[in-house]
Every structure is written in structure tokens, then in C-alpha cells.
Design a protein around this ligand. Sequence first.
Ligand code: SF4
Length: 617
Amino acid sequence: MHFRDKNLIPIWDKIQDGKRLSEADGLRLFQTQDIISLGKMAHFVQKQKSGDGIYFVLNQKIEPTNICVLACKFCDFATKAGKLDAYEMTIQEILRKLTPEIHEVHITGGLHPDWKWEYYLEMLRQIKANFPNLDIKAFTAVEIDFFSKKFKLPLDEVLRQLKDAGLRTMPGGGAEVFSERVRKRLYSSKIGAKTWFEVHKLAHRMGIPTNSTILYGHIETIEERITHMIKLREAQDQTGGFLTFIPLAFQPGDTGIKPSNQFTSAIDDLKMIAVSRLMLDNFPHIKAYWVMLTEEVASIALNFGADDMDGTVGGERIAHDAGAISPSKLAKDQIVKIIKDAGKIPVERDVYYDPLNLHCQSVIGKIPYLNSVSFYQYFEKRQYKILPVSPRRMGILAEAQQIDAGLFSLVDYMRLKRDLEMLPFCIATRDQVKSVMLFSNHGWRDLDGRTIGITDDTATSVKLLKILLESKYGVKASFRRMHSGVNDYSDYDAVLLIGDEALKSNKFGLGGFELVFDLAREWYEWKKLPFVFAVWAVKKSLPAQQKKEIAALIHDSLETAEQRFDDLGKLHAQCLGLVPSETLEYLEGFNYRIGERERAAMEEFQLLLTKVKTESV
Ligand code: SF4
């Protein structure tokens, strides 16, 4: 990096060391004129988090009404009942706007003075009944708080009933800027930061991931933007339930706050994206919301820290009523083209950011956990495109022929052997693993007949768990898939977590569970063998030269990594709360090459697999 602004050098040092940026660092980033260096630093962090992937979703925005009991000064969308522009949608009208091919419906709107609670619940139920594959992201914290007060229900009861009716995630709107000064001037009747965080943290505890926003470019100061981000970062440290952060550029419209043609500048928009990527080190995603940024700025933002383009967003009115100049719907092909033109992988996702389709060839899959950091650094030098993806998803994408090579979960490799060729590299434990853990309130033999929650990410670990339960301990439990990330574990007698989630919970504990079992240790004490969780494989159909090149890149990456485990994955480990000695001990605890003992372990596992029925998991 060659910095024009030398003030950025200490910040870059911190970023490379995985250290958290301070408020003063944030201010310096906003003040810099060295936009290119700012973008490059943000892009570095973006690549660590999302590789070359840029996410988008086929979605539809539904704003059921613009009638609102409030009148926030910056809002050009809301109106009062009886006005000419007022509208109210029936559930049938909402259903008519949806189609089976979309994956997400995003519902927010005015705070209607007369609608009944049952209307909102029925809206979600009917959407799920008519479109079972569609996920519902609905209702901002402002709406949740409104429902609670209007219908005299505690906040957790509002969320519980909405979740039962089909709510999966919540949008991040209503945050505006966490500043009392701004709130008093622009939206004094609306909830402030305290209630916004109360609702979101409660949702996280109840297993509802949420999103977060900032509305910038009106009367807020740069200091207030930074404070806003730091508050979000602290909340994320506590719950881990935020999926993405979405900077929303203010659309002046007829609000009178700014002249109607005074939009935020492209430079300010790009700075906002880049600074958020750098400050919000514990957020998985940063969104370039093209509806407000415009298509052109959003496409540059994909190399300035943003890894999410939202989606097709049919039916959006709030920003357009305020004068947003973007088209009201962006076709899927156009989104794919924008992402490809930015040199990235267009990843069609679901509401939880799980990849559904990759619109790109030659993708190398990367297990997004700390234990796989050793394998990838040389790929970038050869212009391969890398996508972090959970083990189970990687198997699904490989089956659909969308991944050329990757570190596959062992059972997926076994299942797809016909199409995949194994390379001599793996993730195998020596004795314990620390990142495939069963958190339980019962000893192994007491798990008979009980319910175990299993993370949606696992492919091999869940089968290992079943083998241990049935063949080692002679008990049978039932399994239920949970989505990875925040969950309400109160329904389970035990839960199986893997990867970073398990590593973190192993260190800091998982509320509600007293016992912790390491599956690799259980296996080792039983079989006196390592356990192979994942193996490298390439598509058989790839040209021989390419297979050779991929194997050489893994080999070279590994050779280098083994010399500097203490330096590897600093940013990654810091987000997990690990100190360098813990990271070193963890990374040194694996075998990364397939030898005789690893082969014997795989054969033993395969044999045991045939003896227990694992189809149901
Ligand atoms: S911003 Fe939301 S709460 Fe405020 S007036 Fe507009 S619709 Fe109503």
C-alpha cells in the first residue's frame, strides 16, 4: 500500500494486526482525502470476510400502508388517513405482489392507527401458506415497539407471535442516527437508541437475526456517525445477531431539511461504506443499498468494502417517494452483470445469507472457519475466485456443479466421490478439536430419547455425533436442524455447534448448558485415531493441468502457513475473542495432510456410517 495520507499508516497497521479501530481512527478515516487507500483497506477486510463473493437476493418490498401515526420530518412517504395519496393493502393485494421465484419479502410501512394485531399475524401466515419457500424479513424496531404499546403486549410476546406466524429476520430501519440531538430535531416522537437496541437484542436472544442501518447525509455530524457505529459494534459483541449494516443515504425530497437536489456525494457514500467496513469488524456484511446509492455508486462500493447489493427490490416506495433516482426494480441479470463487472462472484442468497446459486464459473470454496486459514493465500496470486461457504452448503453447491474445488466436508466428499477427486490435504484432528462441540445438560447415556439441536452448517459432525451416540454409547436421540447464528436454545436438551461458533462458545460458554463435549476427543478416546472432518477435492472434469495447479497452490499456501501460524488469521481470531497463544495452539492442533492414520480413520468412519441410519440428518 502506498499512502498519500500518511495518517492512515497506523490505522493500516492496526487493521493488519486484527486490532479494533478507535473513535479517533474512525474520524481520521472520514477526514482523509486519500479515498483510494481508504477503499483498499476496506476491500482488504471485505475479502477476509467474504472472499470474492457479493451477495444479492431476489426480493420484493412490501409497504402495506403509508398511513402513519407519526410524522418524522425526514419522511416523504407517510401520510394521514383520508388524504388523496393514502393507501392500505389487503392481504390478498400483498399476496398478488409475490411470486414463487423470489426468496425474501421485506415488509415495512407506516404505523397504522386502526389495524388490528390479527391483520399482521395473518399477513405473515398467509404469505408462508402460499409461498412456503419465501422467507419473511419484516417490521422495524419502531413497528415492533408500536405493536407492543398499541396491542398491550410485552415486546417478547410480540416477537414470539410474529416468529410463530413466519417472521425469520428483521430489517434494520428506524435506527436513523443514534443521537438525541438529531432525534429531537428530526423525529422526536420516534423511539431512540435505547428502545431500538432493546428490541434488536431481544430478537437476537429469541433466535431472530436482524439487520442495522444508519441514515446519513442530513444534519448529523461525522462524530455522530462514528458513535452510531461504535454502539452497534458493542451490541454485536454482546449478541452476535446482526447480519448486515446498511448505510442509507438521505434522500432530501420535499422534507425541507436540505434542498431537494442536494443528494449525498458519491465520495461521501463510498467513504461511508468503507469506514463502516473498517469500524464494524464484527459484522459479517456491509450492504451497498443501490436503491439509495444509485446503481453506479453501488457498483464501485463493491470494491470499497460492501459485499452485499441487497436485491431486485421490486415495489420499493419509501426512498422513491423521497426522490431516489434509481430504477424501482433492478433485474436479476443486471445485478449479476454489475457484480461480475466489479470482478466478483454474484452469490444469490437467502434471507440468512446462505448461498443458493453462484452465477460464476471457477469458484474455489473456502470453509469460513479459523481452522482453514492455512490453505488459501496463494490462490489470490493466481486470480482464482474464493467463496467462504459453510461445509454443508459447499456440498450442496458442489452437487449442483457450482464449485470447482474446495475443502469438502468428509461425508460430502464420500457422497460426491463420482464427481470429485481427492487431493492429499485435509482438516484432521490429533486428539481434540475445540470446534466441534456438544453443549448439553445431560451426560452421553442420558441423552437417550432427547432432542439435540444441530447447526444447519454441519454435514460430517452430525453423523459423527450420531455414531458416537448409537455405536459408542448405545443411545438414540432425535435431531432438529437450527439455523446457524443466533438461536433460542431453550427447546433443546443439547446443541451441536461447529467451527467458529463452537470455538467461541467453548471459550466463553453457551448459556443454559452445563456440560461440554469435544467430539474429536470422544472419537480419539474410542478409536485411538485422528478424525478427518474435511478433505480437499477438485472436480474430476477439470483439466489435468488445472488440478495440478490447484494442488500446488494448496501445498505452497500450507508450507508458508506452517512457518507463521502465530501470525495467521489475526483478524479472524480477534473477532472470536481469541488471544494469539490460543490461536497458535488451535491451528497447531490439526493435521493438514492425509497420511496413513488419516486414511485408516476415514475407512473406520465409513464402516461405522453403514451401521447407523443417518439419512434423517
Ligand atoms: S419514518 Fe416511519 S415512523 Fe416516521 S413518519 Fe415515516 S413511516 Fe412513519
